[in-house]
Design a protein around this ligand. Structure first.
Ligand SMILES: C[S@@+](CC[C@H](N)C(=O)[O-])C[C@H]1O[C@@H](n2cnc3c(N)ncnc32)[C@H](O)[C@@H]1O
Length: 674
């Protein structure tokens, strides 16, 4: 039998006031509730008075505007009230009387957000009671100057008026030191956020650490009144820690206890899942902290890591290529990649990162993509209608290479397929391709009317671009594709099947940064991988290079120029290239070797019968030992003073190295080579 109403009223009020709610508010809200529910105590007592708690949380006299505002704030803030609600839930108080779950749900108008917070908050319970209000709004980052000439980042909340407590995110060694080391890039990262709770006046967040090769120095600011209560060691690779400090001098004697980090992580992961809808199954709050920390370091130090973290690339050789220079691989310390498989499952084989990672050194971050993807404006006509009978073998079946006579798909390669039945390039075909690269003068060239490469090299003082330097006419491989009748495993489909070799990304012992190698012995003519990246137009490439700061890396995308000779005057919006800087595959790790690299690039026609767009594939030029580095000739002319860009000091080690007398060049332009 249920208790009398007066007793139930007393119990409800006691329960709420025990939690910290003010008695008069509780009484007022409870009376309203009883009226609304027609004295139905079961609904009120259900779920530890959750309806009552919610209404108290939402209550702000009877001003609907104010209430609305408060509700909006609650979306972003854990208010003190709501934390009290958590405490009630955590105490596990049982309602005085049971109630049917469904009717309870129908009647209890608990705002969704509050329900969410209740669930998330369980782990934190009373410990986090007032502290969590700072983390909810996305801060706006602005540069400013704080104190002794420290360049600073200020994390500004867009809605400052809703907070009261100063929250400072500051660098390192900040605490307890009195000066910075005088470097201009010393940084203090400070933010002012305000908590909803009047009493809580001193939660500070500080981040501490350093990157091994980062050029940043660290801000050192005297904050005598801060005591560090709580440190979160970040991963060893980040070599840093976040310190959450409570400033007792500002806290008005309020009793604040730092929760343990596991609880915070669990609660934040739950919050990210429910509130922010971060659905990544392996989401880790600790990783988020690490990433945040890394960004702060990168941005705060003004180091190249931040601006060029998404840099990488190569250089081209002979005529049609260039690539992305990458000077930061050694210094990036954050673990962005899966060291067991840099492709993150995108390829048929796993490609591990070896050497270096054990010392906390990782390749620069980039998005791994197994196939080229258009950045924005590049137009590629992939229509089936364009593939005529002469460009496909619709009558074939099974393996075209097993047929007694070559089909239409062999026409491009002079009536002979480029591949052997073993999936290697035929000797004669490979020899001819190597000769095109190494002895270009022996081969015919075509000359653009107006060369997109020369246009790109123009500076503001040039009236018109230089004459085209000529593009050697190159052999193509043509593979069977969708309109062909053969099978997926047809021998004339090698590149499109993707990487099959046992490759590794490894830190080279010399000064070249990361490189690519094979963990197995490779025969001559073996397909290694495609050069995969974003498909850019010449205009986009130009734009991209201009946006790079002078300290950032240059990009050296592979120019798809094999067909420029047949296209009349090619506009910048039409000329295409591949850029693996931000989105790319393992080819972005292949280093340059003058002249005698053990792999070469060959254009491959797959989906498009014209050669305006095509694939760039790498094949071995000779037998390659297991664990020998894979290198190709980017085609850099290190002595060409007209090149607007200084490439890099070549450490290829080849006896044919062309980088013997270099002239310093330092303009921020794409290096386009032939
Ligand atoms: C496409 S990336 C190759 C991967 C790069 N090593 C990395 O760590 O990401 C091209 C950059 O590697 C470096 N590199 C490649 N070949 C080199 C060589 N022969 N000598 C010195 N540096 C080289 C240069 O910094 C160049 O800009």
């Amino acid at each position: 039998m249920a208790a009398p109403n007066a007793e139930r009223f007393r119990d409800a009020v006691k329960s709420m006031t025990d939690t910290g709610f003010q008695k008069e508010i509780v009484v007022r809200v409870l009376k309203k509730l009883l009226k609304t529910y027609d004295d139905n105590w079961e609904h009120i007592e259900a779920d530890n008075y959750s309806v009552l708690v919610d209404l108290i949380c939402a209550d702000d006299d009877s001003n609907p505007k104010e209430r609305q505002k408060k509700r909006a704030e609650k979306k972003n803030l854990d208010s003190d009230h709501c934390n009290k609600k958590l405490r009630i839930k955590e105490r596990g108080q049982k309602p005085k009387s049971s109630i049917n779950g469904s009717s309870k749900r129908e009647l209890a108008e608990v705002p969704h957000q509050q329900k969410t917070e209740a669930i998330e908050g369980k782990t934190i319970g009373t410990q986090l009671k007032k502290q969590s209000s700072h983390v909810m709004k996305e801060p706006k980052v602005e540069r400013t100057t704080i104190g002794e000439s420290s360049s600073a980042l200020v994390l500004k909340n867009q809605d400052n008026h809703t907070f009261e407590t100063p929250l400072a995110v500051m660098c390192p060694t900040v605490l307890g030191h009195s000066r910075h080391d005088g470097h201009e890039d010393a940084h203090l990262i400070s933010g002012v956020l305000r908590a909803s709770d009047e009493k809580l006046k001193g939660v500070l967040v500080a981040c501490e650490g350093q990157m091994a090769n980062a050029c940043s120095s660290q801000a050192i600011v005297r904050r005598k009144d801060i005591c560090t209560d709580f440190e979160v060691p970040l991963s060893s690779s980040a070599q840093g820690k976040l310190s959450f400090s409570f400033n007792s001098s500002l806290a008005n004697g309020f009793d604040f206890h730092m929760p343990d980090i596991e609880s915070v992580c669990k609660a934040m992961e739950a919050r990210c899942l429910t509130t922010y809808k971060i659905l990544e199954p392996n989401f880790s709050f600790m990783k988020l902290l690490n990433d945040t920390f890394q960004c702060i370091l990168d941005l705060g130090s003004g180091s190249d890591e931040a601006s060029a973290a998404f840099s990488g690339g190569l250089q081209n050789n002979y005529s049609n290529m260039q690539i992305t220079q990458n000077q930061l691989p050694m210094s990036v310390k954050r673990q962005y990649h899966d060291i067991n498989d840099i492709t993150k499952g995108e390829e048929r084989v796993r490609i591990p990162i070896v050497n270096g990672v054990e010392d906390g050194v990782f390749p620069p971050p980039f998005h791994y993509i197994p196939h080229n993807i258009t950045f924005q404006d590049a137009y590629i006509n992939l229509s089936l209608a364009r593939i005529g009978d002469e460009n496909c073998c619709s009558g074939c079946f099974g393996d075209c290479l097993a047929e007694p006579l070559p089909c239409a798909c062999a026409t491009e390669t002079g009536g002979e397929f480029a591949y052997t039945r073993d999936g290697l390039l035929k000797e004669e075909f490979l020899d001819a391709c190597i000769s095109e690269r190494r002895e270009p003068l022996k081969h015919p060239h075509f000359y653009c009317t107006v060369c997109p490469i020369e246009r790109m090299k123009m500076d503001e003082n040039s009236a018109k671009p230089d004459d085209c330097k000529g593009h050697p006419i190159k052999k193509f491989i043509k593979e069977c594709w969708r309109k062909c009748g053969c099978a997926r495993n047809c021998g004339n489909r090698v590149v499109q099947r993707g990487i099959t070799r046992n490759l590794q990304v490894f830190l080279t012992p010399g000064k070249k940064g990361w490189g690519l190698r094979s963990a197995e012995k490779l025969p001559r003519g073996a397909f290694i991988c495609e050069y995969v990246g974003e498909i850019l137009t010449n205009s986009e490439l130009y734009e991209r290079n201009n946006q790079m700061t002078s300290r950032a890396k240059h990009t050296y995308p592979v120019v798809l120029d094999h067909d420029w000779g047949t296209e009349g005057v090619l506009k910048d919006e039409e000329a295409l290239c591949l850029d693996g800087t931000f989105y790319g595959n393992v080819a972005r790790f292949i280093n340059h070797r003058c002249f005698d690299g053990n792999i070469i690039d060959i254009g491959v026609e797959i989906e498009t019968p014209d050669h305006h767009y095509y694939h760039v594939a790498f094949f071995t030029t000779r037998e390659v030992h297991a664990f020998e580095e894979l290198t190709w000739d980017y085609g850099i002319d290190f002595d060409d003073v007209n090149h607007p860009v200084k490439a890099f000091k070549c450490h290829c080690g080849s006896q044919f190295c062309r980088d013997t007398s270099r002239i310093s060049r330092s303009k921020n332009r794409a290096l386009v080579l032939r």
